[in-house]
Design a protein around this ligand. Sequence first.
Ligand code: NAD
Length: 363
Amino acid sequence: MKIAILPGDGIGTEIVEQAVRVLIALDLKLETETALVGGAAFEAHGHPLPESTLKLAQEADAILFGAVGDWKYDKLERALRPEQAILGLRKHLGLFANLRPALCYEQLTHASSLKPELVAGLDILIIRELTGDIYFGQPRGRRIASDGHFPGAEEAFDTMRYSRPEIERIAHVAFQAARKRSRKVTSVDKANVLETFQFWKDVVTEVHAQYPDVELQHMYVDNAAMQLVKAPKAFDVVVTGNMFGDILSDEAAMLTGSIGMLPSASLDKHNKGLYEPSHGSAPDIAGKGVANPLATILSAAMMLRYSLHQPAAADRIESAVRTVLTAGLRTPDIWSEGTHRVGTREMGDAVVAAVTGKTITKS
Ligand code: NAD
């Protein structure tokens, strides 16, 4: 099994280093190769996604990605900005399904802005379609309006569209993921107003016929946004389009209160995937050794589960993370009174110790 390691910029290099140490500690037959991406690749090769990096990503069985970006690149033309590397990888690798678990560890319930009883034990999976919808639909642009409320005025427009195969494949991902969990899927749409999402609802319902063992409910996006803060534990798998998923996955992430804890996966039709923390490159804390590496370490666990078919190894990492949290170890972003503050490397050391069955002490 070959893994492409793309640390990227800012805290990316620090957190990916810890995730790689944890993977090595598992003693699996893994081959890794590292390449530059984002701002680091722009500095070295003049492009955020050089051909050599893309080739490595294409040939690997899975990709472990840190984060890209820095404010110093904000003035670069759009095509050369670090963030374009992620869009390029999604496009070239056909990564259409974004999986974002929102898991609230019992030990961290105080970090949520919701009452502990609402979020304790929260475990939901948001599945967002990643390559379609209004974000990519053509035509789009600016023009002079020929009709509407203000004919003759300047206007901008985008196109919301989904094809049957695009909806079918993301629905299959959701139903199959639900089979590994509590067998309940909520499909989020806006079928009451949008033609695109009436079609979405119809196609998801048709695909559901192949999964009679999974419960399906439909919910309008405005209601879903409310229910996520009212009774988040009522959800298991949530599947939705690109724009609604963009918004709801960030809302769900915040229920857990700590962005440094949240992994994500972007999968193609063969379950090959790119795995990365849900946060960015955090230039404000880069190089200080204080970034939380757990989101990246948990992304490595997702990689073992979804792309490398090593569920036992994934379980070992996830249970090691629980062990270090129970032992009271906290990076500054999740620190609270009475717990033990550690840096990025110490947190990595603790997870490595836990996966190899060593005792964790708060020294
Ligand atoms: P960010 O997620 O990098 O940081 C937001 C806040 O969360 C910061 O205060 C940061 O210190 C903190 N934070 C993030 N990850 C943390 C961790 N692991 N441990 C502790 N604290 C953590 O978002 P931003 O500041 O809006 O963006 C910074 C750069 O990252 C920008 O250039 C942006 O474009 C880029 N970005 C990249 C990705 C990606 O690579 N997938 C995603 C989002 C943003």
